[in-house]
Design a protein around this ligand. Structure first.
Ligand SMILES: *[C@@H]1O[C@H](CO)[C@@H](O)[C@H](O)[C@H]1NC(C)=O
Ligand SMILES: *[C@@H]1O[C@H](CO)[C@@H](O)[C@H](O)[C@H]1NC(C)=O
Length: 429
């Protein structure tokens, strides 16, 4: 009897270990320039409160970001953020020397906040498979240089040229040194179609031949307008809902939210923070995304526990752009973004209710309503009206009786100065 129980406990232990089901968020260190220690602690507490296990710290250069990295590790190691882990993600679209990369990893490898994958320090990247990095020698040199200093790593890079599912075997043969892989691609590829899991399925399967994690990116949106060649939007209208559902199907070892704080690409879920320099990204001003964290919290719990969470509170999270896609603006980079015709001119609403309810959506003369099912996520939308300067109004009705209601806080305007395809996100709670 005892032997059988021990055997079962052993199997349970192995099962838990084999399916990590962890959630990290991609964190842009270049946004930390003016960060105080308390900003780090607030961010970590806020991430922890929705079930995020840690941050993947995206580093562009060995400059002020190196000292910010020390601040981050110090904050995560404090008692106020127990169990909050960090790993480094080198942004290889910048120029890196292998010796700098090695000393940066070594400097933090012994921190109690360092995330380890099966006992090895996890290191990731953005890109690293183009130009002078596009060869295994670079990456094997990085790993052996670290090993010489007593640091064993699990390397799970986001090599971005590996997107086509048919290239998964070539990834393995070209890069014998990589242990795991991150699929960065969490938006449709310049098409008016929803993203599929084809890339995830192929690369997750390939990585079964390696010891490192398969990391799946989950993102809410993609829009940037920073220069003539950095001016695009990807079709993201309902992405934040269905991409999480894809993560529940795929069950990657790690979900990486892309991103916590990349304001310039409009996929941030962090609070707006006056210590952030948004530079030319004027489309971020006043465009709160924090209610998207409520959606993340629900799906994170489901992903980690394999159990659909019970909904106890009635909430509607909504998002919408400020201007119809056809509006001609004179500012910004003075051209509409690439793919400007993809997003629907609609206000989107995601309802999470305890028992069946009706959700009404009104904006100007435009009206829609849908049934929100109890204990499920339900989506609806209402088209933008033709009238100028309208604000959406939302109601949750139970058997025709209003339970909760509220307004958006940004008006939909028919005219504009700067293009803005970054949505405003709000919540009725
Ligand atoms: C994408 O999926 C949503 C549901 O999440 C659906 O309403 C929409 O029509 C789809 N878009 C396209 C272009 O197929
Ligand atoms: C903002 O845009 C101007 C004009 O295009 C450019 O000169 C400047 O470098 C940009 N600033 C930042 C922070 O990107």
């Amino acid at each position: 009897m005892t032997v059988i129980i021990q055997l079962l406990l052993g199997l349970l232990y192995i099962a838990k270990f084999a399916t990590a089901q962890l959630v990290f968020a991609h964190w842009m260190l270049d946004e930390a320039y003016s960060f105080a220690q308390s900003d780090w602690e607030n961010d970590m507490a806020s991430a922890r409160s929705i079930g995020i296990d840690g941050f993947a710290l995206n580093m562009n250069a060995n400059d002020y970001e190196a000292s910010k990295l020390f601040d981050a590790y110090a904050a995560a190691a404090t008692f106020s953020n127990p169990d909050f882990k960090l790993f480094i993600s080198f942004d290889m679209s910048y120029t890196w020397s292998v010796s700098d990369m090695i000393s940066i990893v070594v400097a933090h490898a012994g921190s109690p906040a360092q995330f380890q994958w099966k006992g090895d320090v996890l290191v990731s990247t953005y890109s690293g498979d183009t130009g002078s990095y596009a060869n295994d020698a670079f990456w094997s040199g990085f790993k052996s240089g670290l090993a010489d200093q007593g640091v064993s790593i699990s390397l799970a890079p986001a090599f971005t040229t590996f997107r086509d599912p048919s290239l998964a075997s070539s990834l393995l043969s070209t890069y014998p040194s990589i242990d795991g892989f991150m699929n960065w691609w969490s938006w449709p590829n310049d098409v008016l179609a929803n993203l599929t899991t084809d890339t995830d399925v192929a690369y997750q399967s390939a990585m079964k031949q390696r010891t490192g994690p398969y990391i799946m990116a989950v993102s809410p949106w993609q829009y940037k307008d920073l220069s003539a060649d950095q001016n695009w939007v990807e079709y993201s209208d309902t992405l934040w809902n269905y991409r999480w559902q894809q993560a529940l199907q795929i069950k990657p070892d790690i979900v990486e939210i892309v991103t916590w704080n990349d304001y310039g690409e409009s996929h941030y879920i962090a609070d707006l923070n006056s210590n952030i320099n948004i530079g030319n990204a004027t489309y971020v001003d006043g465009q709160d995304h924090s209610p998207w964290r409520t959606v993340a919290q629900y799906y994170i719990s489901w992903y980690k526990t394999d159990t659909q969470p019970t909904i106890t509170e009635d909430q509607v999270v909504f998002w919408y752009r400020k201007n119809p896609k056809g509006a001609v603006c004179t500012g910004g980079v003075t051209a509409p973004p690439r793919n400007a015709n993809f997003p629907a001119d609609e206000v989107f609403a995601l309802a999470m209710v305890a028992t069946d309810a009706t959700v009404t959506l009104d904006i100007g003369s435009s009206h829609a309503e849908f049934t929100a099912h109890g204990n499920e996520v339900s989506l609806g939308s209402v088209p933008f009206p033709a009238e100028d300067s309208q604000i959406p109004y939302f109601q949750i009705l139970s058997s025709g009786v209003k339970v909760k209601d509220g307004y958006g806080s940004v008006y939909v305007e028919q005219t504009c100065t700067d293009y803005n395809f970054n949505p405003f996100v709000g919540m009725i709670a």
